[in-house]
Design a protein around this ligand. Sequence first.
Ligand SMILES: NC(=O)c1ccc[n+]([C@@H]2O[C@H](COP(=O)([O-])OP(=O)(O)OC[C@H]3O[C@@H](n4cnc5c(N)ncnc54)[C@H](OP(=O)(O)O)[C@@H]3O)[C@@H](O)[C@H]2O)c1
Length: 432
Amino acid sequence: MTEKLRVGIAGLGTVGVGVAKLFANPDGRLNEKLVLTAVSARNKDRPRAIDFSTYRWFDSAEALAADPEIDVVIELIGGAEGVAKNVAEAALGRGAALITANKALIAAHGAELVAIAERTGGKLLFEAAVGGGVPMVKALRDSVAGCHAKSVAGILNGTCNFILTEMETGGRTFADVLSEAQRLGYAEADPTTDVGGWDAAHKLAILAAIAFGARPDLEHVRVEGIDNVTLTDIRMASKLGYRIKLIARGLVTAEGVAMQVGPALLGMDHPLVNVSGSLNALVADADPLGQLTFIGRGAGEGPTAASVASDLIDVAEGRAAHAFGRPLAQLAAAPRAAPVERGRYYMRLLVEDRPGVVAAVSDRLAHEEISIESFLQMPVHEGPFVPIVLTTQTCARAALARAAKAIEDAGVVAEAPAIMPIEESRNRGWGA
Ligand SMILES: NC(=O)c1ccc[n+]([C@@H]2O[C@H](COP(=O)([O-])OP(=O)(O)OC[C@H]3O[C@@H](n4cnc5c(N)ncnc54)[C@H](OP(=O)(O)O)[C@@H]3O)[C@@H](O)[C@H]2O)c1
């Protein structure tokens, strides 16, 4: 019988404990070819849901990663720099397998880590870094590998999706839902990475790299969060027959790959429109495959540990191949393009409640040759300003932005107009 591979877990928080629970299950498949031997966290005395006293304990995660008696290192600490990066470099540097759920690390340093792995024969796997329990990495890397990927679009941040869903179903404000999500532990104490769109951007950079055969290129993801989405937007979008979602999209254009994260109004026939609460989903479009949709639980102990377990089994079965689907030398140096921003848009304005204001708005839009498709006013409002929203016919976002600036300069609005793209159906997206 061949020796079992010895596994060490660095980081015993939500995901680390979840993985240890899978090892503790005597009927689980993990123990067939692998054995958990070592663990590390910051504080040995912290009470945890699993008794770790029977495993070798490392005060230093880096020392665990460097230990030659550990064949597979699982990094579950987090962060693009510091200990997590040191752990990854130490494990790969000595030719071990490194499994991580750390999207920030892979988005920022994925190519460097692959270079180390290629030099030493180490293996790098990160299924859990994107989509929690949904096998997005494997699907794009393995199942779509023989196709020509044209676009990937997803709901990749469960916290944002939870907030937007609660705002819609409960009629609650962004701030109200966010503070509840923080109280319940769904959202981080510092929510900037999630609500600012950065977590989704990390995941998009990874997915786009795999789908389009390029190095991860976080710097060129255009990122907008959901912090400016108001209850008015949610309600008005609903009246117009849309639902607002934070969409991460990578698209192949004539110039290269365009990557963008931002809130958008989805038509009710859009494949992502019914992805609610903390669910994650991805729609990949490839020739000659057509569209594939993946949906499932995007975070949490169980789903994320399940993805780590699937990477563990790939290592045990000798299936771990190129982390981004191809050798580094074959990955393009991230050909990048600006997102093609042309389509239909939603605009919210807080205008003075007096005659002539709507005409002033229409004039500025007409000056940019933008046609209004629909126009809605909030039925009830207080104070001297009234929220109005409009949707445009197809136009360039740049022209709409110029019109918005002109409206602001005309002094008829209390704040800068808010703009969001409209995605009509599966056949139309940003720039499509
Ligand atoms: N939670 C999710 O649903 C989820 C989903 C997908 C991906 N991820 C990713 O998975 C990773 C882990 O997330 P998590 O939610 O499990 O985090 P977490 O609950 O905050 O746990 C982090 C763990 O890392 C340990 N740690 C922190 N600094 C350390 C250091 N310097 N040396 C050694 N250990 C250290 C902590 O030790 P102590 O316990 O002693 O403080 C803790 O056990 C992150 O990259 C995250 O982005 C998480």
